[in-house]
Design a protein around this ligand. Structure first.
Ligand code: GLU
Length: 421
C-alpha cells in the first residue's frame, strides 16, 4: 500500500525540529521533548484455541506527561514496531496540547493481525497484554483507548483485567469503552465526526461548496467509514473509497451506507465482492491519485510521500489517519497550494471525547449526546480557526502552525515545572 517507507519516528522528530527551530526553542528543551520519556517492551505467551502457544511482542510508550496523564490508543497490527509506537506517542502529546486537554501523549501496540485470531484468542491476548503493561497505566497515569485493530470490546477486556487485579472496578483506566460499562455517548463516532467538522471548516475557508465537492477516503475502518458517511451527509459526493481489499471508484458517488451494511455481513469484514452499478476497482495508490476536491487518508502512515505527492490532485487534504504524509510530501503539497490539515488537528475529535469520557467516569456523572457533540464541535472549530490564523499570518503550513501552538504549550509547561531534581 505504502509507496515509500520512512521511519515514522524519524518523521515525527523532523516535524518537531521544524517547529522547535521556528520557535527558537532552547536546545536543552529540544533535547527533552524530542525523545519519549518512558518505553516498555513486553513479550508474552498466549494460548491459542488449538492448544498451541505463541509469544507476542508489544509496547507502551509514554512520550510526555508534563501537562497531565499520558493518553493514547492501543494498536493491533502486524506492522507495529517500537519506532512507530514512539511516533504515535509523540503525535498524541502534540494533539492533546493543541486542543488543550490536560494530557500528555502515549501509545501502545501489539504485533498481531487481529483478523487471524478468534474472539477467545483476542480476549486472552488483550488480557495478558493489559496485565503486562498494568505496571505503568492507571486513571491518573496513562489511559489507553482504541486505535487501528482495537475497539470498545477490547477496551472492556482491558478494563476488566485491571479491575480484577485491583479488586474493584476502575472504569477510568481506559476510554472508548462500551456505553454499558461507562463509555461516553458519541465516542465511537467522535474521530470521524471531528474529521467532518474540520472538512466543513476547511472547505469554507477555500470557498469550496460541499454540495459540489468530490471526496476520496482511504480506509474504511472506524475513522474512514464514519468520516465518509458524515461528509456525504453534509452534501459532498464520495467518489472513491478503499479498505484492505483495494479501492472502489464511482464518479456518480458511492453509496457509503450500503457499503457499511455490506461490510457488517461480510465474512471477511472487508468490502471484497461489493458491487454497485458504475463502480470500478482501483489499487490503493491509484485511489490516492484520483482527481478530487477533498482527499481524506484514514488508514496508516507513509501514504503520501515524495514519490506520489506530485500526482495527488486535490484541493484539500484532511489527515484523518496519524502520520499519512511525509515531510517531503508536505513541502511539495504546500508549494502546489494544496491545503493540508494535519493529523494532530483533523483527528483530534477522538481523544477529545476520550477526555470527556474520562471526566464523566471520574465524576460518575454522565452528559447527554447533545452536550458532548456541542462541546466537541466548539473545540474543533476553535482549534481549526486558531491554527489557520497562525498559518495565514506567518505564511506557513497548517502543520507547522499547529506544531507551534502545541510544542509551545508543552515547552512552557516544562519550563514552569522545572527540571527535577
Ligand atoms: N487512537 C486515537 C488517536 O490516535 C484516540 C486516542 C485516545 O482517545 O486516547 O488519536
Amino acid at each position: 500500500m505504502a509507496s515509500e517507507y520512512h521511519n515514522p519516528f524519524g518523521i515525527a522528530q523532523a516535524q518537531f525540529d521544524l517547529a522547535a527551530e521556528k520557535l527558537n526553542l532552547d536546545q536543552n528543551l529540544r533535547a527533552v521533548l524530542r525523545v519519549p520519556q518512558r518505553e516498555l517492551s513486553v513479550n508474552f505467551p498466549v494460548k491459542h484455541d488449538d492448544g498451541s502457544i505463541k509469544v507476542y511482542s508489544g509496547y507502551r510508550v509514554q512520550h510526555n506527561i508534563t501537562r497531565g496523564p499520558a493518553k493514547g490508543g492501543i494498536r493491533y497490527h502486524p506492522s507495529v514496531n517500537l519506532d512507530e509506537v514512539r511516533a504515535l506517542a509523540m503525535w498524541m502529546t502534540w494533539k492533546c496540547a493543541l486542543v488543550n486537554i490536560p494530557y500528555g501523549g502515549a501509545k501502545g501496540g501489539v504485533i498481531v493481525d487481529p483478523k487471524l485470531l478468534s474472539m477467545t484468542e483476542l480476549e486472552r491476548l488483550t488480557r495478558r497484554y493489559a496485565a503486562e503493561i498494568s505496571v505503568i497505566v492507571g486513571p491518573e497515569r496513562d489511559i489507553p483507548a482504541p486505535d487501528v485493530g482495537t475497539n470498545a470490546q477490547v477496551m472492556s477486556w482491558f478494563m476488566d483485567t485491571i479491575s480484577m487485579h485491583r479488586g474493584y472496578t476502575v472504569p477510568a483506566i481506559v476510554t472508548g469503552k462500551p456505553i454499558e460499562v461507562g463509555g461516553s455517548l458519541g465516542r465511537v463516532d467522535a474521530t470521524g465526526h471531528g474529521v467532518s467538522v474540520i472538512t466543513r471548516e476547511a472547505a469554507k475557508h477555500i470557498g469550496l461548496r460541499l454540495e459540489q465537492a468530490k471526496v476520496v477516503v482511504q480506509g474504511f475502518g472506524n475513522v474512514g467509514s464514519i468520516s465518509a458517511a458524515q461528509i456525504g451527509e453534509m452534501g459532498a459526493r464520495i467518489v472513491g473509497l478503499s479498505d484492505v481489499s483495494g479501492g472502489y471508484y464511482n464518479r456518480r458517488g458511492l453509496d457509503v451506507h450500503a457499503m457499511l451494511d455490506y461490510i457488517k455481513q461480510s465474512p471477511t469484514k472487508t468490502l471484497e465482492g461489493y458491487h454497485q452499478t458504475g463502480t470500478e476497482r482501483l489499487t490503493n495508490s491509484e485511489l490516492l491519485e484520483i482527481e478530487c476536491d477533498i482527499l481524506v487518508p484514514a488508514a496508516l502512515e507513509n501514504q503520501i510521500t515524495g514519490l506520489n505527492a506530485g500526482r495527488i490532485r486535490t484541493k484539500l487534504l484532511i489527515e484523518a489517519a496519524n502520520g499519512p504524509t511525509t515531510p517531503e510530501a508536505d513541502a511539495l503539497l504546500y508549494d502546489r497550494g494544496v491545503l493540508v490539515v494535519p493529523d494532530i488537528l483533523a483527528n483530534a475529535g477522538g481523544v477529545t471525547v476520550s477526555y470527556f469520557e474520562w471526566v464523566q467516569g471520574l465524576q460518575e456523572f454522565f452528559w447527554s449526546e447533545e452536550e458532548i457533540t456541542e462541546r466537541l464541535d466548539r473545540i474543533m472549530v476553535r482549534s481549526f480557526a486558531s491554527v489557520l490564523e497562525i498559518a495565514l499570518r506567518e505564511k506557513i503550513s497548517m502543520r507547522l502552525a499547529a506544531y507551534l501552538v502545541a510544542v509551545k504549550r508543552v515547552a512552557e509547561a516544562t519550563t514552569i515545572r522545572g527540571i527535577y531534581p
